[in-house]
Design a protein around this ligand. Structure first.
Ligand code: NAD
Length: 416
């Protein structure tokens, strides 16, 4: 029997739900159930100790009917093609919900970045790109950062792709450092976008944000910037965590000081004035808003009833299982789904690509203004549909995303 929490099982279940609600044509449903292309490569590199390291690399391109494939690359041990396929599918719906002209893709390399040197990571990245380069490109498939990859990784990707083509192609990847064509505000975009959604959700649910308490699982790129943005609007971040565990402080934490501590010690734990907690305790902590910003499958049947937050904003991809979704909906928890909540990252990636294609550079103010406007529109579209359908916001977001992609397939037709 398939694992009910396996990301691909969940993604297909979500597609089936949207297809049923939309009364989708069987043919289009069948098309969208499969990725257009899955690429598996073996990445052989010289390790620092002169031995040979062999790593599994994956790139899954789900569907590109509305524009080039777009999606992050994740470096993580034990990543599977099924998981990457599920994440690629989510990207297709996410780009459609954000109303940006991209399809969905995702990449992954099975490796433990914590055990690798910078030189090994660079060689791994360049070799991976060289193996999939025929399927990448600014009008074909544009990678971006995800878990355990960052702006430096994107710089290596851009350089390798450009070297292979013989000229500089900054528009081949997003999330690059600003000095080589990256966009202002890209690093913070996903976290900021999550907070724009929380502000809109607070308006419609009547949650007072001043002094509202927030717990955040994951203190990486997304978790940290979400913490900073929500702290800046007057909420109290009472708990944060990373892969080593978490911390809790009822009076609230200063995210910048916690980051400095993490950079010095390698962990958020043992921060002065805080109690150490586990990741499980963080999810169940006393708070108004919970932001999962790490891995998938964190909120499940086992703990959904113990979650005290009135609002959950899914900064991570796939943090809630369908069973937990049902429990939370019945409890009246306001859940802002991943394909809406974390779409700020791909939205500013789109801005970066547009700037690269037109050889422009927008100011941070302009990027942030455009981001807020896109997030507000996406939230309003999803919320309105959820009201019309009397459904939870995940179902509405899936209906919106799947519906837009299905319409585009119908309009373009099949070839030949
Ligand atoms: P990151 O590598 O910068 O940070 C990941 C964080 O998760 C780290 O703090 C790490 O310690 C923590 N973590 C790892 N394992 C954990 C565990 N078992 N329990 C608790 N914490 C754990 O990655 P990121 O870019 O911040 O991505 C986080 C999530 O957001 C992922 O689900 C990713 O797919 C999603 N996301 C990222 C972006 C983006 O722009 N980077 C965009 C959309 C969605």
């Amino acid at each position: 029997m398939a694992n009910e929490h396996a990301p691909l099982t969940v993604a297909l279940e979500q597609l089936d739900l949207a297809a049923k609600k939309l009364r989708l044509d069987d043919g289009i449903h069948k098309i969208l159930s499969q990725p257009k292309r899955s690429i598996m490569v073996s990445i052989d590199i010289r390790m620092d100790d002169c031995t040979v390291g062999v790593f599994k690399g994956i790139r899954v391109q789900h569907w590109d009917v509305k524009g080039p494939f777009k999606g992050g690359i994740r470096y993580y041990p034990n990543i599977t093609v099924e998981e990457v396929t599920a994440l690629a599918m989510l990207m297709t719906w996410k780009c459609a919900v954000a109303d940006i002209p991209y399809g969905g893709a995702k990449g992954g390399v099975c490796c433990d970045t914590k055990k690798m040197s910078l030189g090994e990571l660079e060689r791994l990245t360049r070799r991976y790109v060289s193996l999939i380069a025929d399927y990448l490109g600014p009008h074909r498939d544009i990678p971006a950062p995800d878990m355990y990859t960052d702006a430096q990784t994107m710089a290596w990707i851009m350089d390798t792709y450009s070297q292979l083509k013989g000229y500089s192609i900054p528009e081949s990847v997003t999330g690059k450092p600003v000095e080589i064509g990256g966009s202002e505000g890209r690093t913070e975009a996903t976290g900021r976008g999550v907070v724009h959604c929380i502000k809109k959700a607070a308006e419609v649910t009547g949650l007072r944000l001043k002094n509202a308490t927030v717990a955040i699982q994951g203190f990486g790129n997304v978790g940290y910037h979400a913490a900073q943005a929500i702290h800046d609007i007057g909420c109290r971040v009472v708990a944060v965590s990373d892969s080593t565990g978490g911390i809790y402080c009822a009076e609230g934490l200063d995210p910048a000081r916690v980051l400095a501590h993490k950079e010095k010690t390698g962990s958020v734990q043992n921060f002065k004035g805080c109690t150490n907690i586990t990741n499980e305790e963080l999810l169940e902590a006393e708070c108004d808003i919970l932001i999962p910003a790490a891995l998938g499958n964190q909120i499940k049947r086992k703990n959904a009833n113990k979650i005290k937050a009135r609002m959950i904003a899914e900064a991570a991809n796939g943090p809630t299982t369908p069973e937990a979704d049902r429990i939370l909906f019945e409890k009246g928890t306001c859940l802002i789904p991943d394909i809406l909540a974390n779409s700020g990252g791909v939205t500013v990636s789109y801005f970066e690509w547009v700037q690269n294609l037109t050889r422009e550079h927008w100011s941070l103010e302009e990027v942030n203004r455009k981001l807020e406007s896109k997030m507000t529109q996406a939230f309003d579209d999803v919320y309105k549909l959820s009201q019309e359908e009397e459904s939870d916001m995940r179902t509405a977001a899936l209906m919106l995303g799947v519906g837009r992609v299905a319409n585009a397939i119908r309009t373009r037709g099949l070839w030949p």
